[in-house]
Design a protein around this ligand. Structure first.
Ligand SMILES: Nc1ncnc2c1ncn2[C@@H]1O[C@H](COP(=O)(O)OP(=O)(O)OP(=O)(O)O)[C@@H](O)[C@H]1O
Ligand SMILES: [K+]
Ligand SMILES: [Mg+2]
Length: 709
């Protein structure tokens, strides 16, 4: 394992810089713009849900709003005992509105994903699978919903893939626009890191055999639907902590309000139950209590708009604090279809000899690399593609990320191809000598960013290297500029690859990452993450391969490329449908925005309640205790009008802040300190002042109503 640190100031070529594409792919036509709430259609559609959410079993998950619900019921019941009490009825009505507004905020947030869920459902329904019978039995047509894990299905040009799975045979171009919105076809092939296919996508050409890996009803599209509808959402630890804090505040105010009647009695006035409930509702943090869940849903929704599916809200929050991003090279930073481009012989052999040995060793190699070797040998040297069956007695060694080699033993001859280090060790173990030019050729290929695969043989003449296969790969477009953006956000990027240090260095320089780690095994990748985490840092990892899966699972934020294997997608807690490793920029921004929005609205809510306290209490007691009149600086019309105005203000504030909760507080890169200070100033001060202004205006309007005393 080799570690290098690269100065980011290194002479950087600017040739690879390209403008990154616009962030949202904009393929979700409905509900994708604006704050949502101002779309009257959406509000209307969400209204039934807002009422449905009045179910106490649902309400109880938000302790603050549950108290308001209980209060609404109490004041309503109380009003029946005195039907002529205009004040009691009005307060009750506004308390109910407060609860409805809170539910509406959540319903509108959820509603934005519903339209998309409907589109996804269409992709899922009515697929027919062509299942292969066991033991070469005939093909049969079954509904997609009857597939079981392990079933083999055939998909040809024009077929919709009936379920999630891995390609076990063949290569095909697939239209994944049903889930990604991206119309450009993608290649899916057996063996490598691009083997996973998603049910509901469509084969555009060729034929593949897919082994089904998920049960019907639990497929990727099913999970996506659950996700965009918010059904799969669970409270994050942060949200739970905040809810506990809000609940404690609520209990504290409950006790405070409960002590008021004796005081009032003493002062010679009686506070009605309606007034006490109204007062309590004004003082508990209803604003954040009402909007908390909408903020979380909106954050997930913003991710979906950027084509990222987050399986856990906790990961979204963690993304807001990430300090290191680890990326795998092949398939993440590069396009990942490493193709053999030339055979280079070493002294004493010929190109044709290398091609022959390389092809022979690759006949059973189902990786894209292996297949490309077979194809190149055939195209360039006319070498006939021999079938595995023809080679009786051949023993195949499959490629693994640990051994970094693959090959065959046949007729007393062993052929191996693989990473330089691994093959050289193999030759030396067998008493062979490695000529110097083998290493020179390998280094030349590596320095150009290619991957060299040494081809070696052991026969009656002993063990020796025959030559080198040059595998070419291309760095994804426009990546460099985006990595600079990550650097500006204070995030260190580290590329980890199973490839050799020279290739790693060349690609790292081209892509512009801060550090790299070469010749890393899956265990090394995971160990690196653990080391970073031990220092208390939050680590993100993006990868696509099965060899990335342990690392993706270990990372706080594990983003799997949609082009990757199902193992990678299963292990991570997010999937990027665009397979863009720099998507983490958006993910981090959304994570930060989520944390900031929640913080800002909590600050506003608590400041608001404190201000309300000082606005209403003097007005309440001024009548019975003229001394308090001096404190009634707001000059509210009457105690009744003061309390009613406060309740109305309290309800309207929720509605006023829904757009902000859904859109999120704007995030600008900056230190956490500056951000905190600015938010305290804006939302703390704003929260203190708003009630005085708002309640005064409402009080003036209320006082115009005849009969208020
Ligand atoms: N089919 C193959 N047969 C023999 N050797 C291979 C084959 N595929 C890859 N190799 C060698 O094994 C090395 C390690 O491969 P591995 O898949 O672990 O990492 P990688 O794909 O190169 O990098 P990354 O971890 O960035 O995806 C490769 O760099 C290459 O030298
Ligand atoms: K309140
Ligand atoms: Mg890989």
């Amino acid at each position: 394992m080799t570690v290098r640190t690269q100065k980011s100031e290194d002479s950087m070529s600017t040739s690879t810089v390209a403008p990154h594409r616009g962030a949202p792919t904009g393929h979700h036509p409905e509900g994708r713009t604006g704050a949502g709430l101002f779309d009257p259609g959406q509000v209307l559609k969400s209204l039934p849900d807002a009422f449905r959410k009045l179910d106490p079993r649902v309400m109880v998950t938000s302790p603050v709003m549950f108290v308001v619900l209980v209060g609404s019921v109490l004041t309503t019941v109380f009003s029946f005992t005195d039907p002529g009490d205009w004040f009691g009825w009005t307060i009750s009505a506004w308390l109910w509105l407060t609860v409805i507004f809170a539910n509406l905020a959540e319903a509108v947030a959820e509603g934005r994903g519903k339209a998309q869920a409907d589109t996804l459902r269409k992709a899922r329904t009515g697929t027919v699978a062509r299942r292969l019978g066991g033991d070469g039995g005939p093909e049969e047509r079954v509904p997609g919903t009857r597939l079981r894990i392990g079933d083999l299905v055939v998909c040809e040009t024009g077929d919709v893939i009936p379920g999630d799975g891995d390609v076990v045979e063949g290569v095909a171009s697939v239209d994944e626009s049903a889930i990604t919105g991206e119309s450009a076809p993608v290649i899916r092939e057996s063996g490598g890191d691009r083997s996973a296919v998603t049910g509901g996508t469509k084969v555009l050409s060729d034929r593949i055999v897919v082994r089904i890996t998920t049960k019907p009803g639990e497929t990727f599209i099913d999970r996506m639907i659950g996700l965009v509808e918010g059904a799969a959402r669970q409270k994050t630890p942060n949200e739970i902590a905040l809810n506990i804090l809000l609940a404690s505040l609520t209990v504290a105010f409950l006790l405070a309000v409960a002590t008021l009647p004796p005081f009032a009695d003493y002062a010679g006035s009686a506070l009605s139950m309606v007034v006490l409930v109204a007062l309590l509702v004004c003082l508990i943090p209803t604003t954040i209590g009402a909007l908390l869940s909408a903020i979380g849903i909106a954050g997930m929704d913003r991710l979906v708009q950027r084509n990222v599916l987050a399986m856990s809200g906790r990961a979204v929050e963690a993304a807001g604090d990430v300090s290191t991003l680890l990326l795998d090279k092949t398939g993440t930073i590069t396009l990942g279809n490493r193709q053999a481009s030339e055979f280079v012989p070493v002294r004493g052999t010929t190109e044709a000899e290398v091609a022959d040995a390389a092809q022979l060793s690759s006949l059973a190699d189902e990786t894209p690399e292996g297949r490309s070797v077979v194809v190149l040998a055939k195209e360039r040297y006319g070498l006939r593609e021999r079938h595995q069956g023809e080679l009786v007695g051949a023993r195949w060694t499959e490629f693994s990320a640990q051994t970094r080699m693959s090959g065959v033993d046949l007729d007393g001859r062993s052929i191996r191809k693989g990473a330089a280090g691994a093959v050289i060790a193999w030759v030396e173990e067998r008493g062979g000598q490695v000529t110097e030019d083998a290493a020179t050729v390998a280094d030349r290929i590596s320095e150009a960013g290619g991957t060299p695969l040494l081809v070696a043989v052991e026969d009656t003449d002993g063990a020796r290297v025959l030559g080198v296969i040059h595998l070419k790969d291309v760095v994804k477009h426009g990546i460099r500029e985006r990595f600079q953006e990550l650097r500006r956000m204070g995030i260190r990027t580290v590329m980890i690859t199973g490839d050799n240090p020279l290739t790693a260095k060349a690609i790292a320089e081209e892509a512009g990452v801060d550090d790299f780690l070469a010749e890393a095994t899956p265990e090394d990748k995971m160990a690196l993450i653990k080391r970073e985490q031990a220092g208390g840092k939050l680590v993100a990892m993006t990868g696509d391969g099965t060899n990335d899966a342990p690392a993706l699972a270990q990372a706080d934020v594990g983003v799997a490329m949609n082009t990757g294997t199902s193992a990678a997608k299963e292990a991570g807690n997010m999937v990027d449908l665009d397979s863009d490793p720099t998507k983490l920029i958006d993910i981090v921004e959304i994570g930060k925005q989520l944390l900031i929005t929640r913080g800002a609205l909590t600050t506003f809510s608590v400041a608001n309640d404190v201000a309300k306290y000082f606005a209403i209490i003097p007005a309440l007691f001024a009548a019975v205790h003229p001394g308090l009149d001096k404190l009634n600086i707001m000059g509210l019309f009457s105690p009744d009008s003061a309390i009613l105005s406060a309740v109305i203000f309290n309800a309207l504030v929720i509605i006023a802040l829904v757009p902000l909760a859904l859109r999120g507080v704007r995030y600008r890169p900056g230190s956490a300190d500056t951000l905190l200070r600015r938010n305290l100033a804006v939302y703390g001060l704003g929260g203190l002042i708003a009630p005085f202004v708002g309640i005064k205006i409402i009080d003036m309007l209320v006082s115009l109503i005849p009969g208020i005393g």
